[in-house]
Design a binder for this molecule. Structure first.
Ligand SMILES: Nc1nc2c([nH]c(=O)n2[C@@H]2O[C@H](COP(=O)(O)OP(=O)(O)OP(=O)(O)O)[C@@H](O)[C@H]2O)c(=O)[nH]1
Ligand SMILES: [Mg+2]
Length: 328
């Protein structure tokens, strides 16, 4: 018995490296396949892919798996997210890439059902438990703006409008100097501005704010991460985002435990707003990002032009106040 337990332990400690492809077609839709019934997580939807063989790099593994399973290859690769997940029977490392430039017409070579879906439709499909952060990473944009100082409502509205016109789709309304009532009043106005762009506005505050029917989500300070996940679940409606600010490994783990959908990690570089504060640098930020089980935006001293650098290091993209708020 003791021996069996030991070998079970070994089995789940061993990490299976899996190459996973979020395949984006020319029309922006995503290809999903249903896992054959006799396989692990059988009957659930998946992003196609499979185990990386010892002598393969990720791109080779992806194209081999896509040819075997779907009769296609892809030509463009962008890292999306790396998720380590422990199932009771095994541990997988889902090395997930956003791929495009599809050659061929996908067909289920193993008899599996395949379909193209709009990104928004992914939340309605049943995926294996490890896939939740992958779906979030597909839905989230590469840039996240935090609002900066403003001296009037007109200035705030003008600046947010300009950034929406520039293509921004995720905004955190931060104004810690305002009382709750004027803050919520302005937040409502910003929400109306965001709606025609299908952009999301996250509020700063307590979990109760999730009860506001117009609230797209909330962004927590790191010191609010001790609030148990059950507190959020009570208020949360489908489609609302939960995010938190993290500055170190401990807070990243706390954010995962608290059920956050994504986090910001800061300060990656020195910032003008916190002059004396030590920044962690790219190397440490990359290490922390690769271990995170939720999408990470790099924050602090980064500009919009750093988005691809952050993505190449495993992040969802960049977040910023200065970089977005002060530029035209
Ligand atoms: N391909 C893929 N695998 C996933 C996803 N999510 C997830 O938990 N997995 C898990 O990753 C593991 C490896 O994937 P796989 O079964 O596709 O591997 P494979 O194509 O090499 O299959 P094979 O071993 O039958 O040859 C499985 O345990 C599977 O349940 C996903 O979205 N796509
Ligand atoms: Mg497979």
């Amino acid at each position: 018995m003791a021996k069996k337990q030991q070998s079970d332990q070994k089995q789940s400690d061993y990490v299976v490296h899996v190459a996973v492809a979020v395949i984006r077609g020319d029309d922006g839709r995503i290809l999903v396949a249903r896992r054959p019934d006799d396989k692990h997580m059988g009957g659930l939807w998946e992003f196609p892919g499979g185990k990386v063989e010892p002598d393969e790099d990720l791109k080779e593994a992806l194209n081999r798996e896509l040819m075997e399973e779907l009769d296609i290859t892809v030509s463009t690769f962008q890292p999306l997210i790396t998720i380590q997940h422990q199932y009771p029977e095994k541990t997988v490392l889902l090395d997930t890439w956003l791929v495009s430039g599809v050659n061929g017409t996908p067909k289920g070579n193993e008899g599996q059902e395949v379909q193209w879906v709009e990104a928004d439709g992914l939340t309605g499909l049943d995926f294996p438990p490890a896939n939740e952060p992958i779906v979030n990473a597909v839905l989230l944009p590469g840039q996240y703006m935090v609002t900066g100082l403003f001296s009037s409502a007109a200035e705030l509205i003008e600046k947010v409008s300009r950034q929406l016109e520039n293509g921004l789709r995720l905004i955190q309304f931060r104004a810690p100097w305002l009382q709750e009532k004027p803050y919520l009043h302005l937040a409502r106005e910003l929400h109306h501005l965001c709606q025609p762009f299908n952009a999301k506005l996250l509020l700063k505050g307590d979990p109760e704010l999730l009860q506001e029917t117009w609230c797209d989500g909330i962004h927590l300070r790191s010191d609010q991460l001790s609030i148990p996940a059950s507190e959020w679940k009570r208020y949360r409606r489908k489609g609302q985002w939960l995010a938190a600010s993290c500055h170190n490994e401990e807070q990243l783990r706390a954010a995962e435990v608290a059920g956050m959908d994504f986090v910001t990690l800061s300060p990656v570089r020195p910032t003008k707003s916190h002059p004396g504060r030590l920044s962690m640098g790219h190397e440490r930020a990359t290490e922390l990002t690769l271990c995170s089980r939720v999408p990470v935006y790099w924050l602090g001293g980064l500009g919009r032009s750093d988005e691809s650098l952050a993505i190449d290091c495993g992040a969802q993209g960049v977040a910023g106040i200065g970089a977005f708020w002060l530029t035209h």
